[in-house]
Design a protein around this ligand. Sequence first.
Ligand code: SF4
Length: 272
Amino acid sequence: MRNLIIKEVNARYALGKSRMKELNYVFNPYSGCLHGCLYCYAIDYSGNAIADNWGNIIYVKVNIIDLLKREINKNIRGIVGISSITDPYIAIEARYKLTRNAIEILYKNGFYVTVQTKSPLILRDMDILHHNNIDAGITITTLNKKISDLIEPYAPSPESRMNTLVKLKNNNIKTWLFLGPVIRNINDGIDNIEKIIKSASEYNIRIIYDKYNNYNGASRYMKSVNYLLSDNKWWNNIESNIIRLCGEYGVECTDENNEKEYEMNKIQKKLF
Ligand code: SF4
């Protein structure tokens, strides 16, 4: 039985500068994440109380929409990632609606919004997501529920994520599938990767992929699974297989590191 702690707090700011080169800003309505993925790099950025009990403590930034309204005119327009250190559609978003309110404020004020989640709760917001300045990605590390249960213990099932992605796509929302992190000895089997790429090809969905990056905070949780550290030789082999399979199935694939160039070509040119 999970003992969840949900605490309402006041944030100091709404829009953070992004460390990811493909984004200008990040918006994180919650600290911590109820999905509790063992590999999550956000453990390193979440403070001790949350990191020590990963997946079970959430801070809700109850003033963040007021802050966003104040900040919106002070920042130059750019691409906002929702979110970088939490999943913006964890279950409590159904009640707080911080993600939904933020998306509306941002796109109506000329920002480009890119949303990433593992949760079908995103479907609640389909009425606003098909705006031209928004895209929505779903993370799928595997289509094998046993593997997902091992590394993403409280996240929605891979099947429900794929169904969510297809519904978004069928409703003309700009979508993408994040295939990652690919973790050595866990979800790096070619069969595993091929099934995801094949599914993406059936619905003409773009893939962004990335490897696991041996994060400090995650390593203490990852100890419980039989994974191996990433290295260049291993990744070069996996990546060449991803590129080959994407070619064979006719899927547009982008390495996370090259995502900025993709955004520049496909999005920023039109907007800014
Ligand atoms: S859903 Fe995303 S933010 Fe949440 S624990 Fe998993 S990887 Fe981290």
